[in-house]
Design a protein around this ligand. Structure first.
Ligand code: 2M8
Length: 430
């Protein structure tokens, strides 16, 4: 068979496999990221997964988002995990979090706000405009409440950018960007047993010390009147401006604005415009001219995090980088890509902290590739955007629907049959 036929065959196979994985991980209205390893509904995973469902089952795609918002707290927060059904294969589960039922058992922290992007995607790709209109009307106030929550609870000092209070909120759990900010003392913790190491080799996961710090934060937040959002910002020993959350929030604000225009909600459009203007200003403090990259920032010390991570390119996705900044970013990105066989590594491969297999400290994540590639295209760097897309296709066809990938060998790593990787193959790569 010719090379082209083989390619075609691999592409058809990956689409079939992706649909199979989505169905397999469907637990009834919500999709688990990966069986065993992550057996509940995760926030940004689900938002991304809904775009994958939209390709072959639109009603199911809307249901994914509705189920996620069924866990929304009264104050507007959408938790990082909603524990719809019990499972003993993940730690920390609902007993450790111990959140009051509000309305479902959940964690007491949040995750990157992708959902508005998904609602717009579903609305624009609908084959059933009446259904889409109805879903938009019911989901819009929930999205708005969540975005308002971000500004109220996580930017009470009105800086234009929001804080995360736990590395789990960034989605990039053990990113080197948190190394300095995670140096607070570890509290005396109740004895605990991790479950992740039953599923994935320890060389691919956060270290034990990192877990002790995750748990220290969790227990301190729980002690603050069960994750009282008006207190957490002030008491957390970890408070950073994360590029991933903030870039996604800005992009989500743009999509929320687009949805508000559809619904003719002029006052809300004005409110969102203020967030966007403030956000543009806020991002200025995250630019590091020396390295030509955006950096996360420790809000407690006021210092930029000395870590060149792939989220540095996400301001392109948010549309907040200037043309000059975009040129410097792409210059860096080209250098990174020159050092690996498959992009985009989650950290500069020339940095001494780069570990090609350890989770958010080096591996390639297809969802990051999608956001970076989308941002590059928006700024007119089509060749680079194509290169990242091609690498993503090579990785998934070669190694399967894995959680993340080794940028040097292209081997798959972490969880298998991974939902958001499958969803990206359907909604982006096909
Ligand atoms: C990872 O995070 C969870 C905690 O939320 C974990 O390791 O236990 C991250 O990759 C996160 O971004 C992702 O949402 C989650 C589920 O895929 O796994």
């Amino acid at each position: 068979k010719s090379e082209q036929e083989l390619d075609e065959h691999a592409r058809t196979q990956i689409v079939e496999d992706s649909i199979y994985v989505m169905r397999m991980n469907d637990f009834g209205g919500y999709t688990v990221p990966a069986q065993g390893l992550y057996p509940f509904q995760w926030n940004w995973d689900s938002a991304i997964v809904s775009a994958g469902w939209a390709v072959f089952d639109e009603a199911r795609a809307w249901e994914e988002l509705e189920k996620l918002f069924s866990g929304q707290w009264e104050d507007g927060m959408v938790p990082s995990i909603v524990f719809h059904r019990p499972s003993n294969t993940y730690f920390p589960g609902p007993d450790i979090w111990g959140t009051p039922q509000k309305p479902s058992k959940s964690t007491g922290i949040t995750q990157p706000p992708v959902a508005a992007l998904s609602v717009r995607f579903l609305y624009e790709h609908t084959e059933n405009p009446e259904l889409a209109e109805q879903k938009l009307v019911s989901l819009f106030p929930k999205l708005l409440a969540w975005h308002r929550w971000w500004y109220k609870a996580r930017d009470p000092e009105n800086t234009g950018v929001v804080a995360i209070l736990h590395p789990w909120e960034s989605g990039m759990d053990n990113s080197p960007a948190w190394d300095e900010s995670m140096k607070f003392p570890i509290d005396k913790l109740p004895r605990y047993v991790r479950c992740d190491l039953n599923h994935v080799d320890s060389c691919m996961r956060p270290t034990q010390e990192t877990y002790d710090r995750y748990l220290t934060l969790l227990h301190r937040f729980k002690a603050a009147n069960f994750y009282d959002p008006s207190r957490l910002y002030w008491i957390s020993p970890f408070r950073v401006t994360d590029l991933c959350v903030n870039s996604i929030l800005i992009r989500a604000n743009r999509d929320l604005r687009w949805l508000a225009l559809r619904l003719e909600k002029d006052d809300i459009v004005k409110e969102i415009d203020e967030w966007l203007n403030k956000g543009f200003e806020g991002f200025k403090q995250l630019w590091d001219e020396d390295s030509g990259l955006f950096k996360c920032k420790d809000q407690l010390t006021g210092k930029l995090a000395n870590a060149p991570i792939s989220a540095a390119f996400l301001p392109l996705f948010a549309g907040v980088a200037t043309k000059e900044q975009a040129d410097k970013l792409t210059h860096n990105l080209e250098r990174w890509l020159g050092q690996v066989n498959y992009g985009v590594p989650s950290m500069d491969p020339e940095d001494h902290r780069f570990e090609p297999l350890r989770y958010w400290r080096g591996p390639v994540w297809i969802i990051m590739n999608w956001m970076i590639s989308n941002g590059l295209r928006h700024y007119g760097y089509d060749e680079l955007a194509d290169r990242i897309k091609d690498d993503s296709i090579s990785l998934t066809t070669k190694a399967g629907l894995r959680e993340y990938f080794d940028p040097l060998t292209g081997d798959g790593a972490g969880g298998r049959n991974f939902s958001w990787t499958a969803a990206m193959c359907l909604a982006w790569l096909d």
